[in-house]
Design a protein around this ligand. Sequence first.
Ligand code: NAP
Length: 246
Amino acid sequence: MSNIQDKVVIITGASSGIGEATAKELASKGAKLVLAARREARLQKLQEAIQNNGGQAVYKVTDVSSHEQMEELADYALKEFGKIDVMVNNAGVMPLSPVHEKKIKEWDLMVDVNIKGVLYGIAAVLPTMRERREGHIINVSSIAGHLVFPASSVYSGTKFAVRAITEGLRREECINNIRTTIVSPGSIDTELTAAISNSELKTAINEVMKIAIEPSNIARAIAFAIEQPADVAINEMIIRPTIQEL
Ligand SMILES: NC(=O)c1ccc[n+]([C@@H]2O[C@H](COP(=O)([O-])OP(=O)(O)OC[C@H]3O[C@@H](n4cnc5c(N)ncnc54)[C@H](OP(=O)(O)O)[C@@H]3O)[C@@H](O)[C@H]2O)c1
């Protein structure tokens, strides 16, 4: 039996890309999934696909930038399945732009979703994990959380923050038997670049992204971290396309 069987896993940003692929991978290994994102039709379709393959999944429409909605998401998982074993804080946005363009609303959005969304996700599940002295929090950062390039200043800032928060959490909570994992993907073929509002930049980034690999590769890495024995923590992973230099 896999060490993922019957684990209750919340995944934010489950409506597309890495989150959707992770849901499918974990469902195939017997996890009980709680799918979260804002696009209900996508969540419903994914839930049906998982159930048609014999898996277990429920969903809740959730905006990760709302602390209240994240608390409600955790409550829903507890009501449906009685426990929370793993929280995958995956939802993220990447409207890249150079700082001089002053796209303040896009900066606010990245801070709200990429940083606050992760913090609210941690806050929502930590009490029950501390009480049970068991749990695993997986936060999706990025290769842009390890290095900065022109137009990534704010996005990288949010992804560096995810790594800092996760490492701090590890040092605080390892004593309580709570595992943390930072996942830093390179170029992955998803909808992420759609939010780039500068069309020249979007074209340039999409050109760079031609080397992108499938999100299922990140899903397998996340499954690997979850399926380790309880006394083993995979604390950090970078997964790139082999030919990606950046
Ligand atoms: N693709 C890459 O190359 C790459 C590289 C490094 C890191 N990442 C990271 O991987 C994560 C997943 O992104 P992806 O590549 O899979 O892109 P994606 O296909 O665009 O998925 C992003 C997900 O985040 C959700 N989301 C966005 N804002 C949200 C909000 N306010 N509340 C709840 N959910 C929200 C979206 O769902 P709704 O719109 O339905 O809410 C969607 O499911 C992100 O954190 C991203 O930064 C991606």
